[in-house]
Design a protein. Structure first.
Length: 363
């Protein structure tokens, strides 16, 4: 029996027996724990690979990508100042892509302490990439992503991706128009969450980091690119929208539509992550702007969140082989197939509450 009819390549493992209650639609997944592959075995294989890898593999490659992005970010201001329309628009595109590499890819690695071996330096750079350059609080990123999304992946009411849903919006508006509001929404959501979750001093710290950062960017555009204040704000808005549509897409494609577990009946970690996470294919732009851990190695990232993007890519064949050889699901689908699947099944995926799965481990 196929688990998911659309796109994903997995079969119901021999150690799982899923029964659907016709009245409540609750799925009970009886899993034979004696046959369920042990996370410890995979973890040992991955940690052996990490220990035998050089600093270059563990951190260096990603530092080069982030540094090149920072240089492109700066250089884009001269391109934007060009009187030739093609060069001007290329500048906005380069600014947009480098903005995502710094404020999304690098910030994501740093909030996971995966940017370097020092916790303090990860923290320092996460304030620079997230607060100063991205107008988003690194503290809130930590709360939402590290404390909630990762440990509670696909647990209903905790890490079930419901924050990405806007059921009042029609499908095409949600998928292709609403993402264009992201540049304005990101700072607002950050402030709202800070007010709700954090003490005053953290709100003040975020404001003191973010808004001078934004003002400095406007100043750069007005002095280096020689645009007016209004044009500078428009350039920032347009550049931050260069990848806002795929940003929303990958965030919903990764988990929504896969099993969502009840809080009382949580699965073992290896089962939670392999049933509840999907990998997209490699993509020349998104690999460098979002990172492998978000794109083609999302399952690896959820199993080993402290690995850098480059290390996720390195251990991917090992993790994939482990899952497929031992009967665990390993969800993969193409970007276009996911878009079609979400447009076709928008109501069941993005409007209605997801069906709940109860994990029952059999000894
Ligand atoms: Zn993550």
């Amino acid at each position: 029996m196929s688990w998911y009819s659309h796109g994903t390549r997995s079969t119901n493992p021999e150690f799982s027996n899923r029964i659907i209650d016709e009245n409540t639609q609750v799925i009970t997944d009886f899993v034979d724990l004696r046959k369920l592959p042990e996370f410890g075995i995979l973890s040992k294989q991955v940690s052996d690979t990490v220990h035998s890898s050089s600093w270059w593999d563990r951190y260096g490659v990603d530092w080069v990508i982030h540094s090149v992005a920072a240089m492109c970010w700066v250089a884009s201001h001269w391109l934007i100042g060009s009187t030739q329309p093609a060069v001007h628009w290329l500048g906005i595109f380069v600014l947009g892509c480098s903005h995502y590499t710094i404020t999304f890819k690098a910030a994501h690695m740093l909030v996971h302490d995966a940017g370097c071996s020092s916790k303090a330096w990860n923290r320092f750079w996460s304030f620079i990439s997230s607060d100063v350059l991205g107008c988003f609080s690194a503290d809130i990123g930590y709360n939402i992503h590290i404390k909630c999304h990762h440990p509670h992946t696909n647990i209903v009411g905790l890490g079930d991706s419901s924050t990405w849903k806007a059921p009042f919006l029609p499908r095409y508006v949600y998928m292709f128009l609403a993402p264009l509001l992201l540049p304005a929404l990101i700072p607002l959501v950050s402030i709202k969450e800070l007010i709700e979750q954090e003490p005053l001093w953290k709100i003040v710290r975020h404001v003191l980091l973010s808004y001078p950062g934004l003002a400095f960017h406007v100043y750069l555009l007005m002095t280096v690119s020689e645009v007016t204040l209004r044009e500078a704000l428009l350039v920032i808005f347009l550049s931050r929208n260069v990848l806002s549509i795929p940003y929303i897409h990958v965030n919903i494609f990764q988990h929504i539509g896969l099993p969502m577990y009840s809080q009382q009946h949580r699965p073992k970690k290896i089962y939670q992550m392999t049933t509840g996470v999907l990998n997209l294919p490699r993509n020349i732009i998104l690999d460098y702007c979002f990172g492998h851990s978000i794109m083609s190695c999302h399952t690896e990232h959820h199993l080993f969140p402290r690995l850098s993007d480059n290390m996720c890519l390195k251990v991917k064949p090992l993790v994939r082989r482990f899952c497929l050889e031992r009967g665990l699901p390993y969800h993969e689908d193409t970007y276009t197939s996911r878009v079609a699947h979400f447009l076709e099944n928008y109501n069941s995926l993005m409007v209605n509450a997801p069906p709940i799965t109860k994990f029952v481990g059999l000894q």
